[in-house]
Design a protein around this ligand. Structure first.
Ligand SMILES: *[C@@H]1O[C@H](CO)[C@@H](O)[C@H](O)[C@H]1NC(C)=O
Length: 577
């Protein structure tokens, strides 16, 4: 063999070294194979992956209706026994069982300091401390006081109230304070733009807005367009004092802690909501036009929580990292499921998540490293970014390390697909990547949009985690389907939850029919207790997209799907182009 230049020389050595590693792993495989075969029972893993999860319960030439075959799990049964049918009862229940355990955690910001970068520029960064926790009993007590504080300020049961803030522990406390007084909370995304935000506030006729230090200045200018608003409550910043001066006359601004104090000094009775009462009016941008407020009742939320708990196994030592917007129904329900199971939630932000996040000072650790979460929620966009980050990291390595990583990656993919675990390779190679997120993450739940198969596989392999995705809309209170963690296939969104039925209905315009082979195809219609009563003050729009049938509420999703023989749904398109 002629070696012509350095690059070729290098490539030759890499080939040789990889060849040697291949030979070595082959020897290892031969030695460990019988052991793994007996210990890991891969045939069982494969069988569990293929398990039938839902079956047709009725069908004709126009439609086919699927239902989960799984029985309710322990926590679902407990909810029935304890008659937990509202979020208010849920918090009461868990605050008794888990009273002194950690519930909501906030990372302490010690100071903000100038840090000079290698390029000479100066950025403001946080020096950060530990997580500070509130116990379940404390959260319940704060929520109670907050609710009474609101009553003292004149807010009435059944009167809407806007909650417009980033994800943080006060968000949850405020929401439950409102539930305790049966005040429906209206949630809005900042991304709706000023006009959208004003529209939501006008339409729901609120007089009180709960917001944060960061978002407060926004309202100074908007108040003239939302004339009914007379009270603003602001969640404080850990370091900076909030400027509450210069607001329109007649508008009172209170600090979050002031409202809690007010409630402590003016104890009051709760006003328990009924299951049918609105818990949340959640505004979504939709694809076009003005935002629509989806009415989510307590019953809707409780139904989804039961379905989630039947599908996703939560352990008593789990810890959730909360950082998606709580105005997103998927995050709100995922966090509520954690509360229901006594799982602590530590809050984070994209700016402080990992050691290299933009606000973290040198020498301070990112939130994930301090919290060491076991579960996370994510949207595909974030997972795509992590995946890209891993690729960049790998590509910046020497050609040898790069080739080694690629080889080990393919090796793990091969064995994982056959139902094996690869503990040695995980320990040597992939656990280092997993350290990035604190090293204990076992489950990532992805929602909000379909997750690409490539990203799904890469995250699962490199971070040594289970990645499950679900499918659902705000109108169906998040999840309608959730993947079984044991399902080894990529690109599918799971089987219907125990609380929802899924129908496929012919969509002739696109040639999607339930008689199609090999899989029935059609528009996805979701039915069950998790389906909303409709859009706030939009009876026409509600009529178009919702209907009642067989004692169930149904929602036409406008998505096209197919259902495989194991009862698992795959999204393949949309009816609206
Ligand atoms: C909200 O209502 C006020 C007063 O009725 C009006 O001036 C304003 O334009 C409305 N804004 C939106 C976005 O609907």
């Amino acid at each position: 063999m002629f070696i012509e230049d350095d690059a070729q020389m290098e490539s030759f050595w890499i080939q040789t070294a990889i060849g040697a590693i291949k030979a070595l792993t082959f020897v290892c495989d031969v030695i460990t194979f019988p052991v793994y075969l007996v210990l890991q029972r891969p045939w069982e893993t494969r069988q569990q992956s293929r398990r039938v999860k839902a079956k047709p319960v009725s069908n004709d030439k126009q439609m086919v209706q699927y239902r989960s075959v799984d029985p309710p799990r322990e926590i679902h049964v407990k909810m029935l026994q304890a008659n937990i049918d509202t979020l208010e009862k849920m918090l009461k229940y868990v605050s008794k069982i888990y009273s002194n355990q950690r519930c909501l955690g906030t990372r302490q910001i010690l100071s903000e300091e100038d840090e000079t970068q290698p390029n000479g520029r100066v950025f403001k960064k946080y020096k950060m401390g530990e997580y500070k926790w509130k116990t379940f009993a404390e959260v319940d007590k704060s929520a109670n006081s907050f609710g009474c504080g609101l009553r003292k300020l004149g807010q009435q049961p059944k009167q809407n109230i806007v909650l417009f803030a980033e994800t943080r522990s006060e968000w949850m406390v405020a929401a439950h304070g409102c539930f305790k007084q049966n005040m429906p909370i209206v949630t809005v995304y900042a991304t709706l733009g000023d006009e959208g935000v004003c529209h939501c506030i006008n339409e729901t006729e609120v007089s009180t807005i709960i917001t944060s230090h960061e978002l407060l200045p926004k309202f100074k200018n908007l108040l003239s367009q939302i004339p009914k608003v007379n009270t603003i409550i602001v969640m404080e910043d850990q370091l900076k004092p909030t400027d509450t001066t210069g607001f329109k006359e007649g508008v009172q601004v209170y600090k979050f802690q002031e409202v809690i104090k007010l409630g402590e000094q003016n104890a009051c009775e709760g006003v328990a909501p009924e299951p049918q009462d609105d818990a949340i009016i959640m505004y979504t941008s939709g694809s076009t036009g003005t935002p629509k407020g989806v009415q989510l009742s307590h019953q809707n939320c409780i139904a989804t929580m039961k379905g989630f708990c039947d599908m996703v196994k939560i352990n008593s030592d789990d810890v959730l990292l909360g950082f998606l917007p709580l105005a997103h129904v998927f995050e709100l329900l995922a966090e509520s499921v954690c509360l229901l199971n006594g799982v602590p939630i530590g809050y984070s932000t994209p700016l402080t998540l990992i050691d290299s996040s933009s606000k973290i000072m040198k020498g301070s650790r990112g939130d994930a490293a301090v919290l060491k979460p076991t579960c996370m929620t994510a949207v595909p966009l974030i997972l795509d970014r992590i995946s890209k980050g891993i690729n960049t990291q790998v590509n910046s390595n020497s050609p040898f390390k790069k080739a080694l990583f690629q080889f080990m990656y393919n090796y793990k993919v091969r064995w994982t697909n056959r139902g094996y675990k690869t503990p040695l390779v995980d320990k040597l190679i992939f656990k280092k990547v997993a350290k990035l997120m604190g090293g204990r993450v076992r489950l990532i739940m992805s929602g909000g949009a379909p997750l690409s198969s490539d990203t799904h596989e890469q995250i699962k392999i490199c971070l040594c985690v289970e990645v499950i995705q679900g499918y659902g809309l705000t109108e169906t209170t998040s999840a309608a389907t959730v993947m079984d963690a044991k399902d080894m296939q990529y690109g599918r969104v799971g089987a219907p939850l125990t609380v929802t039925d899924i129908k496929l209905v012919n969509w002739e315009e696109g040639n999607y029919r339930v008689t199609n082979k090999p899989h029935p195809q059609g528009e996805i219609i979701i039915g069950g207790d998790s389906v909303s009563k409709g859009y706030y003050k939009l009876p026409g729009k509600t009529e178009e997209e919702f209907f009642d049938e067989d004692g169930k509420r149904w929602f036409k999703t406008g998505d096209i799907g197919e259902v495989h023989s194991d009862g698992v749904l795959k999204i393949i398109g949309k009816t609206l182009i």
